[in-house]
Ligand binder design. Structure first.
Ligand SMILES: *[C@@H]1O[C@H](CO)[C@@H](O)[C@H](O)[C@H]1NC(C)=O
Ligand SMILES: *[C@@H]1O[C@H](CO)[C@@H](O)[C@H](O)[C@H]1NC(C)=O
Ligand SMILES: *[C@@H]1O[C@H](CO)[C@@H](O)[C@H](O)[C@H]1NC(C)=O
Ligand SMILES: *[C@@H]1O[C@H](CO)[C@@H](O)[C@H](O)[C@H]1NC(C)=O
Ligand SMILES: *[C@@H]1O[C@H](CO)[C@@H](O)[C@H](O)[C@H]1NC(C)=O
Ligand SMILES: *[C@@H]1O[C@H](CO)[C@@H](O)[C@H](O)[C@H]1NC(C)=O
Ligand SMILES: *[C@@H]1O[C@H](CO)[C@@H](O)[C@H](O)[C@H]1NC(C)=O
Length: 350
């Protein structure tokens, strides 16, 4: 009894990791890792593993030796290292909280440059950075195109540049279109693509006693007016559809034709002072003169007076005065210069 006690005491003192009952001490669990164990008895094994994103340094498996110690070395878990994520040219790292597992890096580009690729990349468990390496490319909005029936001024599509649009003659820009577009900092053109619409004029005004000649009111076309019989244009008007759809030229009027003053026969008088289309004048002779010719004349559609201008002659008179002989001509006096009452005319037979 006295002999045994010191032995057990001695064993307990010397084997710190195990005990006389044949076990090894608890090897512990690595931080960010886990352990699989059944027990710590002699010849039993324990396995170690690390959480995602950590790699195991040391022995993944340890065995309990009969002398009460563990084989190998105790492992620890080390965070994976993604390394330097790099910096794009014309860009910078705007935030970096570490280059090991689960840490991230955020990029930005210099003013005037547009970032393509991943703005933020994270260090993954397989020691690679997520996403794709970013590039900073000078902002260019690309060709904005040319509107149909229009044109573009400006060939520089880089940031801050302006492009001006115009419509071809005869076309006008739609109200919501942008005549000037600027390449914005996000690489898109400001405003709305210009669109050019064909210009047409509204139907020109109608006129009384006349009609419009022409049915095409498109830009560049011309129209004119014509008057009803007996009327004539106040001026030879041609109206052209121009600009944003306005008629260039003045609208004429149809004025009644003027037959001119028919005069008053000697020894006679006239009634009627209007000498325009559809006016009527009448003549009378002072006694004892009698009229020869038309006592009533009407201003006709062609601008001439109907009938023949009357003359007032003495009722006793039977001949007219010699009307004269034309140059290189001769006068046939077979009938003399007799007044023919039934026909109010003087026949000159050459
Ligand atoms: C325990 O046993 C192992 C294997 O037999 C040996 O390598 C190790 O050195 C021993 N340790 C001690 C403290 O005796
Ligand atoms: C960045 O530029 C490189 C080299 O020009 C190219 O290989 C890569 O695909 C680009 N990345 C992106 C996201 O555009
Ligand atoms: C790393 O892991 C990510 C996500 O699981 C995967 O997309 C990528 O292909 C892996 N990279 C390598 C080199 O295995
Ligand atoms: C583009 O137009 C804006 C406003 O009209 C003007 O402030 C700017 O200076 C112009 N940019 C260039 C490059 O002409
Ligand atoms: C670009 O920025 C403008 C304002 O500057 C905005 O109206 C437009 O929606 C943006 N476009 C894109 C594709 O982000
Ligand atoms: C057309 O209309 C626009 C805006 O309404 C104006 O600025 C322009 O001067 C007009 N052009 C003509 C030829 O009238
Ligand atoms: C004059 O006219 C009459 C009738 O028309 C005709 O018979 C006659 O021959 C003419 N005289 C001359 C000289 O031409």
């Amino acid at each position: 009894m006295l002999l045994l006690f010191p032995v057990g005491w001695r064993v307990g003192l010397c084997v710190c990791a195990g005990d006389s009952q044949g076990t090894c001490g608890d090897p512990g669990t690595p931080s960010q890792g886990s352990r699989e164990e059944s027990n710590f008895r002699i010849r039993s094994k324990v396995q170690f593993s690390c959480s995602e994103g950590y790699e195991l340094i040391g022995s993944a498996e340890r065995m309990c030796f009969p002398n009460g110690t563990w084989s190998g070395t105790q492992p620890f878990c080390k965070s994976v290292q993604c390394g330097n994520p790099g910096t794009p040219s014309n860009g910078r790292v705007s935030r970096l909280d570490g280059t090991t597992y689960s840490h991230s890096v955020t990029y930005s580009c210099m003013d005037g440059y547009l970032l393509t690729g991943s703005t933020t990349r994270q260090c993954l468990a397989n020691a690679t950075w997520s996403g794709t390496a970013p590039n900073c490319t000078m902002i260019n909005c690309g060709d904005p195109g040319v509107p149909a029936n229009g044109m573009r001024y400006g060939e520089d599509f880089a940031i801050g540049q302006n492009i001006t649009f115009l419509c071809a003659p005869g076309y006008s820009m739609e109200a919501d279109s942008s005549a000037v577009r600027t390449c914005t900092s996000n690489g898109t053109w400001s405003g709305i693509m210009a669109s050019c619409q064909a210009v047409t004029c509204a139907a020109p005004s109608a006129i009384s006693n006349g009609v419009l000649e022409g049915t095409d009111f498109e830009w560049g076309t011309s129209v004119s007016y014509s008057c009803s019989p007996g009327y004539e244009l106040s001026f030879p008007a041609i109206l052209t559809c121009v600009g944003n759809g306005t008629w260039n030229g003045m609208v004429p009027q149809c004025l009644p034709k003027f037959c001119g003053d028919p005069g008053v026969p000697a020894y006679g008088s006239r009634e009627g002072l209007s000498f325009i289309y559809q006016s009527e004048v009448s003549f009378s002779c002072s006694a004892p003169y009698i009229p020869v010719g038309s006592t009533t004349r009407l201003c006709q559609a062609d601008g001439s007076w109907s009938g023949f201008q009357p003359r007032c002659i003495e009722p006793t008179r039977t001949t007219c005065e010699n009307p004269g002989t034309p140059r290189y001509g001769s006068l046939n006096r077979t009938y003399g210069f007799k007044v023919r009452r039934e026909r109010p005319s003087l026949k000159i037979i050459l």
